[in-house]
Design a protein around this ligand. Structure first.
Ligand SMILES: [Zn+2]
Length: 417
């Protein structure tokens, strides 16, 4: 693509200079928009009216493109009217000024931060930028005003949320909270990233973004984080993580005075009850007799959980009983959803944990001591670059003013052996 682009630019450069040189052949309307330049001796930087040039050789330029860096020759023109030397091609491509270079630079810095090779970026290209400078670029980004479009829950199989600690200024501990959707194909769909923000506030933002929840039931999966018990209620069905939920019983029973040896069998029992496997394959073509074992096991497991709660009460395990009671309403949401709709929803938060490890690893490398705004922006950037790559590229294309004026079609391909 770089080779093709180089050819196109060379031809375009010739075409422009041809029109600016041969002013007798080309009427002014064929030179419209070409050859604009600042008058050589005008300190107020007014544009020159001259549109006739001499060719004055070439100079080398490197421009950034979506395909990578492109080094090529651009024609140098000299204006007959004022004597100013400029490159009509760069002017026509609108790559003359410094603004785009800075946006490109911004993209480089941000991607280097995300990919944690920021040191290499600075050393490799001798860019002079301090950590404070990087911080300013991240804070100054408009990422917080983008990626706000609605998400249809029909494309999602579940929503997850969790928080993690981040070190901020003067060693104070902040909390990063992230909400993601899981697509039907099992991909992460970022829904929001927040620093030091209350769950009810986050809930409002997320609720405003997700559409179609009235007609489409969707589970919200979490690992028991306090404050999330009723998160997205009215919009999603709450499901406790089936990995964390049985393990949480250990702490409750420990408070009731049970030793690990005594509580372990109870935990194993709950683990076994929630571990209902769903048959693979399309729900629509599954026969009723394939669904029946799931229904039977679900009903049996539900009953056994209730029996376990009663047993706990009888034995005086108050904490364990109320833990399990609280849990019991949210343990089988994914099974109930599958039985009624066929949707295979996530039942553990393992995917979100992976997301958090990705964010955490990157934040720790650079964002130590950063402000709320910087950590929020950076975590959003990490999420979007990692999990919504096409949207990330689109975001930068728009910022870089890449409008797609050229449309390259390959007509024939020959292979010469
Ligand atoms: Zn001029």
């Amino acid at each position: 693509m770089l080779g093709i682009l180089k050819e196109i630019l060379a031809v375009y450069d010739d075409l422009i200079s041809e029109r600016l040189v041969e002013t007798k052949i080309y009427p002014s309307k064929m030179r419209k928009g070409l050859g604009r330049h600042i008058h050589k001796d005008d300190t107020a930087e007014h544009f020159c009216r001259g549109r006739k040039i001499y060719r004055r050789g070439y100079r080398n330029r490197t421009i950034k493109t979506v395909f990578g860096s492109l080094a090529f020759r651009v024609r140098v023109a000299e204006c007959l009217t004022c004597g100013s030397r400029y490159s009509p091609l760069l002017n026509a491509l609108q790559v003359e000024g410094y603004s785009r270079k800075e946006v490109n630079f911004e993209k480089d810095v941000i991607e280097a931060v995300i990919d944690t090779n920021y040191r290499r970026l600075i050393e490799g290209r001798s860019i002079d930028i301090s950590l404070g400078g990087v911080h300013n670029i991240v804070v100054g980004s408009d990422i917080d005003k983008t990626f706000q479009e609605d998400v249809s829950v029909q494309d999602l199989s579940g929503i997850m949320a969790d928080g993690t600690g981040v070190k901020q200024h003067k060693g104070s501990k902040g909390e990063l909270r992230t909400v993601v959707g899981i697509s039907q194909q099992g991909r992460v769909v970022p829904l929001g990233s927040f620093v030091n923000t209350s769950w009810p506030e986050i809930e409002n933002v997320v609720k405003a973004r997700i559409k179609g929840t009235a007609d489409h039931p969707i589970p919200f999966v979490y690992d028991g984080e306090p404050g999330l018990d009723d998160f997205l209620s009215g919009a999603a069905e709450v499901q406790r993580c089936t990995w964390h939920a049985p393990r949480g019983l250990y702490h409750a029973l420990w408070e009731d005075g049970l030793k690990k040896k005594e509580s372990q069998p109870q935990i194993d029992k709950v683990k076994q009850l929630v571990g209902i496997e769903l048959p693979a394959g399309d729900f629509e073509i599954l026969k009723e007799e394939d669904k029946e074992p799931v229904r039977t096991r679900y009903e049996k497991s539900k009953k056994e959980v209730q029996e376990l709660i009663s047993t706990f009460y009888e034995k005086g395990y108050q904490k364990g009983a109320s833990y399990l009671e609280n849990l019991s309403k949210r343990l089988f949401t994914n099974i109930e959803l599958w039985l009624s709709t066929g949707i295979i929803a996530p039942k553990t938060t393992s995917l979100l944990e992976r997301v958090f490890r990705e964010i955490g690893r990157r934040l720790k490398r650079i964002a130590w001591g950063w402000s709320d705004a910087a950590v929020t922006n950076l975590s959003k950037m990490i999420l979007i670059k990692q999990y919504a790559k096409d949207k990330w590229e689109q975001f930068w294309k728009e910022k870089l003013g890449i409008k797609g004026y050229f449309n390259i079609q390959i007509q024939t391909v020959e292979i010469n052996l």
